[in-house]
Design a protein around this ligand. Structure first.
Ligand code: XMP
Length: 327
């Protein structure tokens, strides 16, 4: 009989068998898959697991706290956070091209993760302890099928952790979720006590807000976008639309200015785009018919609360022809 509790028991036993008394690391992104994989391995081998969370500074409001505070409190994982926002911003300076941004973010991510992994390995090796031998990945069944069903490093999906982890990282993979579908992973996550905010999280791209600023990524622009995005998410959640909406990118058109009147006078600010979509698998999508009164609340609040934004526009394009993200 399929119950989340049975599945957890079986997977925990299998992970224990695989890892034994050795050590593992896991890169956390804040998303469902890596979180549930980490929680499962933690249940199996406790503090033989160390998780690494690379904060690239391109996260939404509250996301780092969700991992550092809520996830750790719920699971008890041993977590190393690397605050690398300076480094990512420096690398992104002057870059506007979307694919260039992705490349840079992916490259920096790998460097930071590898360094953190080496530090962890070094720590335990010098203590005369077992070196870290295993890398935990939140690979799901559809990922396995997509990548040809093989095993080994070639299976590491580039969607995870921005650009995928390097293939020459010398670890054996632990992929406890590789026979599960997303809805099953969510049930397993709930069974393991992973916070609901993580279990039900909508998809969010690895390169984060870096590909939601049309134009150069700067600290100031990130703050503006983060504030607008927070308002949109609050209001969509309050309206009970989180399940109906697959995801809702909020995009800052940083290179566009328009005239407005806000407060005491004329402003020359930036538009943000709301891109709520409904989808089954992100391959195709339709724009979500969000009720006008919800859109009105979002628009009023963003233009009141975020000084730099004086216009809120709605994207009414399906995919195809438009992709979900703007970049
Ligand atoms: P598009 O924009 O191609 O997005 O319609 C489809 C889904 O993929 C996500 N996405 C990404 N995820 N790295 C990721 O990890 C990326 O570079 C990336 N680009 C798009 C997007 O949010 C949507 O869920």
């Amino acid at each position: 009989e399929w119950t989340a509790a049975n599945v957890v028991d079986e997977l925990v036993a299998a992970v224990r068998e695989q890892i034994g008394d050795r050590r593992a690391i896991c890169g956390l992104s804040g998303g469902v898959d890596s979180s549930v994989a980490a929680a499962l391995v933690q249940r199996a081998v406790g503090d033989q697991l160390t998780c690494v969370f690379v904060d690239h500074g391109l996260l939404r409001a509250g996301e780092a706290e969700q991992v550092e505070r809520d996830f750790v409190a719920a699971t008890g994982v041993d977590l190393v956070t690397v605050d690398a926002s300076e480094r990512f911003l420096r690398a992104l300076a002057g870059v506007s091209d979307p694919e260039e941004k992705r490349k840079i973010i992916g490259r920096e991510f790998i460097r930071v993760f590898e360094q953190a992994a080496r530090d962890i390995v070094g720590e335990h090796a010098s203590a005369g302890d077992h070196p870290v031998e295993f890398l935990v990945q939140g690979t799901l069944y559809p990922d396995v099928v997509e990548s040809g069903g093989g095993s080994g490093a070639a299976n590491i999906k580039s969607h995870h952790n921005v650009g995928g982890l390097p293939e020459d990282l010398q670890f054996t993979l632990v992929e406890p979720l590789r026979l599960l579908f997303k809805d099953e992973v969510r049930q397993v996550g709930l069974e393991l006590g992973v916070p609901e905010g993580i279990v039900w999280r909508q998809p969010f791209p690895g390169p984060g807000l870096g590909i939601r600023i049309v134009g150069e990524v700067t600290r100031e622009r990130l703050e503006v976008l983060r504030a607008a995005d927070r308002v949109a998410r609050e209001e969509l959640s309050a309206a009970g639309l989180d399940r109906e909406i697959w995801q809702c990118p909020v995009v800052l058109l940083a290179d566009v200015r328009s005239v407005g009147v806000q407060g005491d006078g004329r402003t020359y600010g930036h538009p943000v785009v709301l891109r709520p979509v409904s989808s089954e698998d992100a391959m195709t999508a339709d724009w979500t018919r969000v009720p006008y009164e919800v859109l009105a609340r979002i628009s009023t609040r963003i233009t009141n609360e975020v000084r730099e934004v004086n216009r809120v526009v709605l994207d009414v394009t399906s995919k195809p022809p438009g992709t979900i993200e703007w970049e």
